[in-house]
Design a protein around this ligand. Structure first.
Ligand code: NI
Ligand code: MN
Length: 228
């Protein structure tokens, strides 16, 4: 599995011959100015919830790539009403097997509304299980006991966790989540983009290192290949 980071909570995972893009928020993120969304050609766009900092570039990317949207029913239906027809609505606790692997929508403790204020259903995260490995993306969330219920058929290769605090878990809560998940390879997201979520990178890394884990803070545009 190859992971590429596009800033904030946007990342792409290439797995089983497919490109999975999560929570695209690029053109409105000054930190990601060097990323040209027209170069992104995902097969699927996975949306954790409806907030603008997770869906701002969905329409543009979906139109030029014809990617299938995966997300909470209300989020997918809202995009359908905007003319993005290619979607697969899910809801918390449900699983569906796509051509790249099995997706389970997991609990997130967070709000969700669409950019125009419409109801966005429940915020969620994703557990993705494939023949090349499994990973978990928390979405925006508080630390919650529900994370103890996230058990993949095999060990998680990596987990993508929000670490910026204020709106979501900070690094300490994310470290606890990683412990519960039994995962030592963590990619941090949802930090530095806005003033309230600017973090001290060294301090965040230190929390994980002291616990025997690794916190990867990727540069925007950087890729990392996980070997199965
Ligand atoms: Ni949010
Ligand atoms: Mn957010």
């Amino acid at each position: 599995m190859k992971v590429t980071y596009y800033g904030h909570s946007c990342f792409q995972v290439e797995v089983a011959g497919k490109r999975l893009l999560f929570d695209p928020f690029i053109t409105a993120n000054p930190l990601a100015a060097k990323i040209d969304i027209m170069t992104l050609k995902p097969d699927y766009i996975l949306l954790s919830h409806g907030h603008a900092d997770h869906v701002a570039d969905v329409e543009a990317i979906a139109r030029h790539s014809d990617a299938v949207l995966i997300g909470c029913f209300e989020v997918v239906e809202w995009f359908r009403s905007q003319g993005i027809e290619n979607g697969h609505g899910m809801n918390i606790g449900g699983s569906y097997t796509f051509d790249f692997g099995k997706v389970t929508m997991t609990v997130a403790v967070h709000s969700s509304s669409m950019p125009d204020g419409s109801y966005g259903g429940l915020a969620g995260g994703f557990l993705i299980q494939t023949v090349e490995g499994s990973f978990y993306y928390s979405g925006d969330t508080a630390l919650t006991d529900d994370m103890k219920l996230i058990v993949a058929v095999e060990e998680l290769t990596f987990a993508v966790l929000c670490i910026g605090g204020n709106f979501t878990m900070g690094a300490e809560e994310a470290f606890q989540a990683a412990q519960w998940l039994g995962c030592r390879e963590i990619i941090g997201v949802h930090y530095d983009t806005f003033p309230p979520i600017k973090i001290d990178h060294a301090a965040a890394r230190n929390i994980f290192e002291q616990g025997g884990s690794a916190l990867r803070l990727m540069a925007i545009g950087e890729s990392y290949q996980y070997l199965a």
